[in-house]
Design a protein around this ligand. Sequence first.
Ligand code: SF4
Ligand code: SF4
Ligand code: SF4
Length: 325
Amino acid sequence: MDATSTLRSIAKEVLARKDVACLLGYEQGSYGFRVAPCVLTSPKEVDRLIFSPLCVHNLTNYLTLENIGLLAGKDIGKGKIAIVVKGCDSRALAMLMAENGIERDKLVVIGVCSPGVADMKKLEKRFPNVVDKAAVALSNGTLKVTCGGKTEEVPADELLSAKCTRCKNKLPVIYDELVGEPEEGRPDDFADVSELEAQNIEAKQQKWQAEFSKCIRCYACRNVCPLCYCSDCVLDRLRPQFVRRSVTYPDNLLFHITRAFHLAGRCIDCGECARVCPQDIPLTELNRKFQKDVKELFEYEAGVDPEAQALFATFRTEDADEGIL
Ligand code: SF4
Ligand code: SF4
Ligand code: SF4
């Protein structure tokens, strides 16, 4: 059985349970390569569900945004929420649990051993102006792209999201039900960050000034981030106004530095912020530098170990910053 068939079969059983209120998953979008998040409440709806390399969204975001997201207006009462997660998404669950942002016993986690998802920006550049519904399948390192009545095969590494080319968490770190068998993960040596680190300070300043000057402060990166879930965000405060809303380089810089530090030790490398940025600002590069530093300084990787405490909830006497003591 393919991933979609297995997922539908599991979802049918899960949605038939009396303690489950709804299921968060993916369905075919209305045009082109688009797949949309969906909420199902009945076993009769499971044929809407799909799973493919186009299922790019990290759905865990909806667990903390229930008042404004997909769950708005749904009467889920005290029932559990079933949620479909890829390996990378499951790290967000682990972090949210470590921070008491969500409760484990309110969830049924359907883990999917995803071999990879498409980089939508690369895919839509390679196959532009696709309006009719299109499909993408991945097997043996090849993406089969079907659109406009034709199927084309492309080496997967050309169109996969960068996070998938260095993924070691193809098996979700948390799950109650599992779809598929995990492929072997790849070691992450942070080679991409080393390139950035090799630049001198002037080059780095020029690069980030150019990038942050493009930012239009739409806050899509913050809103899509599963770990940006403070109900009282410092960026929204007006009295006092810590971060001004003007779209200028100094204010944009303050916004990005504030967010990057708030995500330090918490970012789980899902890449959602960079995926949704309309200005193509390479936010992943910044996040990855913080991930590398946190790993080197504290031997900590966010969300990899579901039993681990949050980095900022603990310390060791041998930790790098002497100021802690
Ligand atoms: S990062 Fe890993 S778990 Fe996530 S979609 Fe890519 S290969 Fe799958
Ligand atoms: S999504 Fe991009 S443009 Fe929008 S606030 Fe974030 S960095 Fe700026
Ligand atoms: S900062 Fe970006 S990559 Fe990190 S958890 Fe948030 S959305 Fe994912």
